[in-house]
Structure formats: structure tokens, C-alpha cells
Design a protein around this ligand. Structure first.
Ligand code: 0X9
Ligand code: ZN
Length: 412
């Protein structure tokens, strides 16, 4: 008996040690790094290892997990100015308390609330909406979507020009769920009140998927403790979790600004489109040839980004003019900074390079508010910011819906 106990203890301690020595084990420790990056070249170099949360002149800020922190110490030590340690270990490994946002942030929609509200809207406005499923996440959640288009118009017209809005490629960017949710509500509620909205809904095919990375977003709030989680919740081959969905698209995949290491927050995945969430987006785009414009909501920094993001060159020609004109027009309303995505930093495998590169879709990434933040408030600005960000983006979003009719109209 004693011998069995002894063998068990040795075995158990071995497991314990290996879990702690496993470089991919996520203890919950997070580090906030301030790095000196004097120009775009420095930023793009750093972006091969870390995700950059924000840029402030010659400095950049990044919140990283333990794996990326070790990588940074190894490869980026000359750039690191300071490190702040955040201890979230109390909340790891995750315990599922049922999902709710941390105190004060309950206004943000949990996955269940997104589904419930979309179902309700689908029922209440059945003449202009259809609930659909984009696909299924890694852990089996249905990815909820809603189509807004007048059923009468759809009957009369074979095809209406389409637009696709998607939120939450990144888990911790919870505000990117709220803006599409509010927009959906506004559109359906004003169909019978505002002739301009009616006109749009009668002549366009509008699709919303507010919470693509539902697994990651809900993991990020488990235990009512934000975790700075970015990726989805795939179990990787060496035991770490998550692929960066915005590095997993096939166009130019793995050509810079993303990582081959599964423990990294910018892990590109074992192959392009390795994830059910990105496959779901691709299947949708493949089967909806009428989509002319795509808007992917992210946070933060208050930017309007357009291709290319994976290389420094411009898309060129007429399309360049369309991108610039649209971005500059919208920027006047929301006061965001319009720019080519790679001017921020080069990163390959993102949604917009793929949507434009493979399908010719005019694709924008909105980095919502706040404009800058080195601390926790960047990704977690609090629910108090939601209305302001929504109001700033109503006009740009309505403009995109309108221009989905013919994006080239803006350069005529
Ligand atoms: O890095 C990203 O995926 C996006 N920023 S975020 O802070 N929301 O993670 C920006 C994508 C823009 N695309 C490129 N720079 N390629
Ligand atoms: Zn993002």
C-alpha cells in the first residue's frame, strides 16, 4: 500500500512539475510592456513576436502572456523600456461560474445575451430580418448572425448588394460586439420611422455577425475577471490554447507580423484557415457573392484601416482611390485616423487583406475607442464608453451600407 502511495506521489509530482515547466502552460500571469520603437520598421519587427496594443509616438505598449514575455526577453530586450506585472493567477485555470461581465460592465452582451437578443429581433421584425448561423466555434457554440433585408424586396429582386459586419475576431475586444448590436437594433427599430433607413433596408442585403470569437470572448470574462485573452480556444498541439483569428486567413498567410509559435498571442495557426471560425467566415463569403463591403470591428486606437496590411505596398489604381475616399469620408464623422493597415504595422493573414485580395471586397477594420491607453483601460474601457462610440459610428456605418450599392460611386 505504502509502495503504491509512493509511486503515486512520484507520478503526481512529475505531472505537477511538467505542467509548470511546460512553456505553453498559461499560468494567468500577464505583463504590460512599454517598448521603444522609433518607426514603422521597429514596430513591424516587434510585431513578429508581440501584438501591439497601442502606439504613442516613439513608444508602443503590449500586454503579453508568459510565453510572449519570455520571447520578448529573448529577442526584444533592447526595445523594452519597462515591464509591469499583472497577477491574474487566482483565476486560472478557469472555473465556469456561468458568464457575466465584471462588476460595472454588465451592459456588455454575453454570448447568451447576444443569441437571445438576436432571436427576439428575428421574431419581432420578421418582415425585414432572418436569423442565421455562420457556423460553429471550436467548443461547439453556434456563431449567431442576423440578416437585415426587406423580404418583399428579396422576393422581387434576385440579388441585392450586400455588406457584412463582423465583431470580436479578438476575444478581449468586447466593445466590438456592442457597436454592431446597437446598429442592428437601430436599423430594425427605425425601418417604419425613418424613410432613409427604410430605403437602405429595402435596397440592401445587410449581414451582421457581432460575436465571431464567442469562445474566446466568454473565456475572457470567466470568473468575472478579464484575462486579456485575444485568440480563439483551439487546443494546440503542445497544450497551449488559441489561434489569432486575424492571422489565420489564407491570403499572404504567414508572411510576416504573425507567429509560428502556438503559445504566442499572434499565433497564425498550423495552416491557413485551420479554425472553424475563419472557415465559417470563408464559407459565408464564398456563398454570398453579392457582398461588396466588409467591416471588421476591433479595438482600440480609433483608426480606420484598409489594405494592404501584410505588405507595405498600396493596392493601387482605382481601388486605392475608393479605399482612401471612403476612409477619409468616414474619418470626418468619427474622428478616427484613416490609414493603410501596414502603416500601423505589417501583419499577415488578416481579414481585410483576404477579403480584398481574394474577392475584391472593400474591407475596412475599425479600431474603436479609446484612442490610446497603456494600461488596462484600452481593452477594458468600461461600459460608460459604449454610447459615445456608437454615436460616433452611426454615420460611417450608414455610409458603408449605402455605398455597398456601388463602392466606385465615391470616386465618380
Ligand atoms: O493586429 C490586429 O489584428 C489588429 N489590431 S488589434 O489591436 N485589434 O489586434 C489590426 C489589424 C490591421 N491589419 C494589419 N496591420 N495587417
Ligand atoms: Zn482586434
Amino acid at each position: 500500500m505504502i509502495r503504491i502511495l509512493f509511486i503515486f506521489l512520484i507520478f503526481a509530482s512529475g505531472v505537477f512539475i511538467s505542467a509548470n515547466q511546460n512553456p505553453y502552460f498559461d499560468s494567468g500571469q500577464r505583463y504590460q510592456l512599454k517598448l521603444f520603437a522609433k518607426n514603422k520598421k521597429d514596430r513591424s519587427f516587434i510585431s513578429n513576436f508581440l501584438h501591439l496594443d497601442s502606439i504613442d509616438g516613439k513608444y508602443v505598449y503590449s500586454t503579453v502572456n508568459q510565453y510572449d514575455f519570455k520571447q520578448a526577453q529573448k529577442y526584444l530586450s533592447k526595445y523594452i523600456v519597462s515591464t509591469t506585472t499583472l497577477n491574474l493567477t487566482k483565476f486560472f485555470p478557469p472555473i465556469d461560474f456561468g458568464h457575466e461581465y465584471p462588476s460595472g460592465d454588465e451592459r456588455f452582451h454575453t454570448y447568451k445575451e447576444v443569441v437571445k437578443e438576436l432571436n427576439q429581433i428575428g421574431k419581432n421584425f420578421s418582415n425585414i430580418t432572418t436569423r442565421f448561423s455562420l457556423g460553429t466555434t471550436v467548443t461547439g457554440r453556434d456563431i449567431p448572425g442576423i440578416r437585415i433585408a426587406s423580404k418583399k424586396s428579396l422576393k422581387e429582386n434576385k440579388q441585392l448588394p450586400g455588406i457584412f459586419f463582423v465583431g470580436a475576431h479578438h476575444a478581449r475586444e468586447h466593445l466590438s460586439v456592442e457597436i454592431p448590436m446597437m446598429m442592428i437594433k437601430m436599423l430594425v427599430e427605425n425601418y417604419s420611422k425613418d424613410p432613409k433607413i427604410k430605403q437602405l433596408i429595402d435596397t440592401r442585403d445587410i449581414y451582421f455577425v457581432p460575436m465571431l470569437n464567442a469562445d474566446g470572448a466568454m473565456y475572457d470574462i470567466e470568473g468575472r475577471q478579464y484575462k486579456f485573452w485575444r485568440k480563439n480556444r483551439s487546443l494546440n498541439s503542445k497544450g497551449s490554447f488559441g489561434v489569432d483569428l486575424n492571422r489565420n486567413y489564407p491570403f499572404g498567410w504567414g508572411t510576416g507580423g504573425s507567429s509560428k509559435s502556438e503559445g504566442s498571442d499572434i499565433f497564425m495557426g498550423p495552416k491557413p484557415l485551420s479554425e472553424p471560425e475563419t472557415i465559417a467566415v470563408k464559407n459565408f463569403i464564398d456563398s454570398h457573392k453579392n457582398i461588396n463591403i466588409l467591416l471588421s470591428f476591433h479595438t482600440f486606437s480609433e483608426l480606420i484601416l484598409y489594405p494592404w496590411g501584410g505588405k507595405n505596398s498600396e493596392v493601387g489604381g482605382r481601388d486605392q482611390k475608393v479605399f482612401e475616399t471612403m476612409a477619409q469620408t468616414m474619418a470626418k464623422w468619427n474622428n478616427y485616423k484613416p490609414m493603410k493597415a501596414s502603416d500601423l504595422y505589417v501583419a499577415s493573414g488578416d481579414t481585410c487583406d483576404w477579403a480584398y485580395g481574394d474577392y475584391g471586397i472593400f474591407c475596412f477594420t475599425f479600431e474603436l475607442s479609446p484612442s490610446r491607453s497603456a494600461g488596462q483601460k484600452g481593452f477594458y474601457p468600461g461600459a460608460g464608453i459604449i454610447d459615445k462610440v456608437y454615436n460616433a459610428n452611426i454615420k460611417p456605418i450608414l455610409y458603408l451600407i449605402e455605398k455597398a450599392g456601388n463602392p466606385y460611386e465615391v470616386i465618380k
